[in-house]
Write a protein that binds this ligand. Sequence first.
Ligand code: ZN
Length: 114
Amino acid sequence: VMEAVGMLEKSEVKKLKKEREKILKEVRGIGNLMRGSMYDRERKCGGKGCWCSKSENGHPETMLTLHFKGEQIGIAVPKEKKEEVGAMMKEYDKLWELIEKLTRINLKLIRSDR
Ligand SMILES: [Zn+2]
């Protein structure tokens, strides 16, 4: 059910526009980003002489997965890049949250007829 928003009070419009400016400022502060998710797994390398062939455990690695242009992508993330990739994904989530907030405000303002 769509939220019914009628004419807004002038003060409400002013408040929404102020809020919008604040969010746009946050958008401009967004850092490098990318989509995707990471998970840790253990992998058997297949080497007959390797310790992992005799162990329950495998080689630990972090995987990055995402759908990109209709393709499922999965790559290993080097340990030293894990933090950076995680930070990029956080920025992505942050931007999406801001987009949702902006959309909500703009919907109200478009309907406000002022
Ligand atoms: Zn191995």
